[in-house]
Every structure is written in structure tokens, then in C-alpha cells.
Design a protein around this ligand. Structure first.
Ligand code: CP
Length: 317
């Protein structure tokens, strides 16, 4: 069974097709052309243990637009939240629905759901990775950089992304994997105690990728020659108890107008959202014409429709 639990669950060739499909879905939607046959008659369950705006709404709308039925299940409301095993949950839901979309804490939990069930599983964010976000972000960049009708993935090769702030968070981890997969360079700047370490090197090695990333404690070094400046909130879900020390340690890595200006003159600003203006990023940077934050959010819908379509087709074989 094909799943999407991490960026490398698709090969580069498969990812290229998914990117092209996302572009096609986006164009069709702009022309009000439907694609109702893709998930016709299917129900996809969405098990969420954490809050969400973009991921939940884009998946629910996307499944509906593909002709399927999204079934939102708050973890607290199902027996999984009261101790039913992950394996039994996967086996039972496999008898009812055609796929699972899961937002939870441990990456191991999505791996176990995928291993025990007999339907596709999509990782909608774990503490370790956020692969739907990174595919959508990379598509957002490729849309800008690829020549009209040209190869989207190829346009990413050799480009540099600078990630600032919480360099140990799931989005940073996923961008390290994604940059390696898509042939980009990545430089990360944040407090040394959060720097990517053995865990990310193991993750890359397990996925057959070289440990290609650069870490520096100096934010200006990271953004030098960068095509993209990226940041995320400093206090991710589940880290609320560390709030004060995280804000104190990460303050030097806030993306200010001055720091953004130190990247390439045509550099783009990205943030997976939600943002905390005045904390990890200045309002002026969020409002900058080179900020593509709402394109990123929109593209979650188009990219996830492509991922759903590919997994549903693979499951039918
Ligand atoms: N970027 C993202 O995953 O947003 P939500 O937490 O709102 O889903």
C-alpha cells in the first residue's frame, strides 16, 4: 500500500508528476472545472490530535472537490483517545473508509497506522515532519520560478533556502529532507541547542539522502545569497511549557526587514502559518510584496488534491 508519511515516500519522478497534477488541479479550479470522479464514492477519515486551520480545511475542501466525503474525527472523540490501540483503530477504520489523514504527535504513530491498516495514510503533521506543507511550499516556489509550462521540479535545483528560528521543528526537519530531495541548498540559523543533529542525519540516511544542510548560529550568514527566507512559530504545538525560554533564545533569529533585505534582492519570504507578527517575523516582512504566505496556504489545497489522487489510484491497483 502506498502512503505519504515523509517526503521521500515519492520518488523525484513521482513528485514531478504530482507537482504537474497540482498545477492542473489549480488551473481546473480557476476555470470552475470539476474533478468529481477522482474520489467518487470514497470516504477519507481525518484523525486530528492537534489544532488546525489550513490542513483541516484544505483537506476537507479538497476531498469534497474530488467527489469524496471527508470524515473529521477529533482524537478526543474516538476510542483512540481513550486508549484503543493504534493497530486496532487502523484495522477497524480500514473496513469503513478509503484512506486516513492523520495529525498527531509521534511520527511512529502514523507509521504504525500505515503498517496495521490496509488503506493509504497521509501524514498531516507530526512532531517530526510536515511533508504536505513542504510539497505545497516547493510547488509555490516552482510556480514562480519555472518557465511557463516548464518542468516545475527542475526550477528548484540549486536554489538556496534559509530557515530561521526554531531549526529543530517539524517544518525545518521536513525542509531539510525536501531540499535534499529537490536538489536545493538549505542553510539553517537558530539557537545551537535546537540545531539539527544526529536525529536528522539518521532521518536523511534512512531515506537514502546525503546529510546536505548547513547550520550556523549567525542569521546573516544563513540568509546570504538565499532565494527564500523561511520561518515558523517559535513555540510549536506541544512545546507551550517551554514558551518563555524559546522566545528568549530565538529572538536574535526574528525575520526583520533588515534581515530579509540581506538575502537576494528578489528573495521570497515564506511562513507555513499561523504567524505571530512581531515575534518570529515582522509585520512589514509578512506584508512585503515578496511574501508568498497566502499562496503557500492556497497551494495546500491543490497539492493535497494531487497527493490524494495519486494514493487513491495506487490503492485501486
Ligand atoms: N501550516 C499548517 O499546517 O497550518 P494549520 O496548523 O492551520 O493546519
Amino acid at each position: 500500500m502506498k502512503h505519504f508519511l515523509k517526503e521521500t515516500d515519492f520518488t523525484v519522478a513521482e513528485a514531478a508528476k504530482i507537482f504537474a497534477m497540482a498545477r492542473d488541479f489549480k488551473r481546473r479550479r480557476a476555470r470552475s472545472k470539476g474533478a468529481k470522479s477522482v474520489l467518487a464514492g470514497q470516504t477519507w477519515a481525518m484523525i486530528f490530535a492537534k489544532s488546525s486551520t489550513r490542513t483541516r480545511v484544505s483537506f476537507e475542501v479538497g476531498i469534497h472537490e474530488l467527489g469524496g466525503n471527508p470524515l473529521f474525527l477529533n482524537c478526543r472523540d474516538i476510542q483512540l483517545g481513550r486508549g484503543e490501540t493504534i493497530e486496532d483503530t487502523a484495522r477497524v477504520l480500514s473496513r469503513y473508509v478509503h484512506g486516513l489523514i492523520v495529525r498527531t504527535f509521534a511520527q511512529d504513530d502514523v507509521e504504525r497506522l500505515a503498517a496495521a491498516g490496509s488503506i493509504p495514510v497521509i501524514n498531516a503533521l507530526t512532531d517530526l515532519l510536515h511533508p504536505c506543507q513542504i510539497y505545497s511550499d516547493a510547488f509555490t516556489l516552482a510556480e514562480r520560478w519555472a518557465p511557463a509550462g516548464g518542468d516545475l521540479l527542475r526550477s528548484l535545483r540549486g536554489r538556496k533556502i534559509a530557515f530561521l528560528g526554531d531549526v529543530g521543528c517539524n517544518v525545518a526537519n521536513s525542509w531539510i529532507v525536501g531540499a535534499n530531495l529537490f536538489g536545493m541548498k538549505i542553510s539553517l540559523a537558530g539557537p545551537k541547542s535546537y540545531a539539527p543533529g544526529e536525529r536528522i542525519r539518521t532521518l536523511l540516511a534512512d531515506q537514502g539522502l546525503a546529510a546536505g544542510y548547513h547550520y550556523t548560529p549567525d542569521p546573516y550568514e544563513a540568509v546570504a545569497d538565499a532565494d527564500v527566507v523561511y520561518t515558523d512559530v517559535w513555540v510549536s504545538m506541544g512545546k507551550e511549557r517551554e514558551e518563555k525560554q524559546r522566545i528568549r533564545r530565538m529572538r536574535p533569529y526574528a525575520v526583520t526587514a533588515k534581515l530579509f533585505a540581506a538575502a537576494k534582492p528578489d528573495a521570497l519570504f515564506m511562513h507555513c502559518l499561523p504567524a505571530h507578527p512581531g515575534e518570529e517575523v515582522a509585520q512589514a516582512v509578512l506584508d512585503n510584496p515578496r511574501s508568498v504566505i497566502f499562496d503557500e496556504a492556497e497551494n495546500r489545497l491543490h497539492m493535497q488534491k494531487a497527493i490524494l489522487a495519486v494514493l487513491a489510484r495506487a490503492a485501486r491497483r
